[in-house]
Write a protein that binds this ligand. Structure first.
Ligand code: 5GP
Length: 114
């Protein structure tokens, strides 16, 4: 199977600005933001989706949540933001490489669940 868009971004095959990166993950701005702040926390490890994560990924999954928090602080939305993980086509997942959406910058009532 060919690399996902996110693997190509992580590898530098598709140029993209990393707003944060470390040895475990990168963070980019979503190309089609659904909120004033909409970042994607993407593990370097190409886990297809959350149901494919296993016990060995426990520390990585925790790390991704902490990076989501850090990015929310860095982007000025720590007082109110959402972290969303889509799992599967039926809920609109389009890129089959696990990622966390970090969305903030407007009130909860104004945000759709997409
Ligand atoms: P999903 O629906 O799979 O949970 O979310 C995939 C997200 O990736 C979408 O919000 C979409 O806008 C974003 N996206 C798709 N292609 C690209 C791209 O090439 N660059 C960036 N920065 N975001 C992308």
């Amino acid at each position: 199977m060919s690399d996902s868009i996110f693997t190509q971004i992580i590898n530098g095959d598709i140029p993209s600005e990393f707003i944060y990166e470390d040895e475990h993950c990168v963070v980019i701005n979503d190309i089609n933001p659904q909120a004033p702040v909409h970042a994607l926390v993407i593990p370097r490890k190409a886990i297809t989706m959350l149901v494919d994560a296993s016990d060995e990924d426990q520390a990585l999954l925790g790390h991704l949540m902490l990076v989501a928090s850090r990015v929310a602080k860095d982007l000025g939305v720590a007082e109110g933001f959402r972290v969303v993980v889509n799992n599967g086509e039926s809920v609109g997942m389009t890129i089959y490489h696990l990622h966390l959406h970090v969305m903030g910058g407007r009130t909860y009532a104004e945000q759709d669940m997409g």
